[in-house]
Design a protein around this ligand. Sequence first.
Ligand code: ZN
Length: 203
Amino acid sequence: MANQEEAMFNLFEFGIDFFEALRAIDVAIVERAARERCRDCGGPLHRGDYPRKPRGGEIATMAEGFDRRFSLCCGREGCRHRATPPSVRFLGRRVYIGAVVIAAAAVGITAMVTAAAVRAIGVPARTMRRWLRWWRGPFTTSVTFAELSARLVPAPERRRLPISLLERLAEDRTAAVAKLLGWLAPLTTTSCPDGSRWVRAVM
Ligand SMILES: [Zn+2]
């Protein structure tokens, strides 16, 4: 089944190195975040990661180091405030890894989702349609999209998101996905609203 979707998907060439690099970025981000103090009480921040079992079909099987969402917790008794820094691996509470959310939406734009594409990314067609609605809806009202639009002139076409963004961020599709994950990282947390500075410092 050498169809267009598969060919499209193969362009991403996500491999173990790609996921290792993303993991290293998340490690660097949480290390920077841990140097600061609790924003509620000024107490020390300790690691308190969340276990995750990321989904994403054949792609996710390569993302072996994605079993924890790095997070911090205030060490002061009675506070225990959570600070979960931005991540380039997980997009918010979605169970799928971020790279899959981008790639699936990019594939979903070009064609109807085939059984092969669904198998590769392990995402049901209904979920994929929901993500496409997110890319063209809530995402376009985010600070991240405003910043990207200001930087990329002319602004990326909304009805072709996220592929219109990927095309502009890098020649190489996989590199473009990594860059876009960096831009999306501040949207992956609500407990560190100013966390984009850590992402900028390490990418
Ligand atoms: Zn605290």
